[in-house]
Design a binder for this molecule. Sequence first.
Ligand SMILES: [Zn+2]
Length: 160
Amino acid sequence: MIVYELECHASGHRFEGWFASSEDFSRQQEGGLLSCPMCGSADVAKALQAPRLTRKGNQKGEARVPATAPALQAMTAPAPLPPQMVAMLRAAAKVQAEALKSSQWVGDRFAEDARAMHYGDKEHAAIHGRASGEEVKALIEEGVEIAPVLFPIAPPDEVN
Ligand SMILES: [Zn+2]
């Protein structure tokens, strides 16, 4: 069985009609077999339903919009960094640039050189270079004082 909300066109009476199938409804409607129980008008059609009042599916769809909107806003419009944070980062970048001026780029020899200096095999000097995650971990475990380069730098041997 299928239930339709029906409406008589003449007076706008609304009522439910039960049918075996949608084809059954169409057949009865086309054959003029449907009539309004209140006024007897045969000009009966499926009522145009106001979606938000009567259809649960649409209500769900409308509820979804406000639920996801804040998350989308957060992703597409992230809060800008506060000015004092930007100033701090700029200052830190400047400090790093100054420090690197008196530091020697050793590239992939960093772990080897840093270790050598730590154990006194090599004269201490300011160096910077590349090290893998395992190398860094090993150096720290051995007590070698190293610090990460905070801002990406272009290795001199790779700049043309
Ligand atoms: Zn009617």
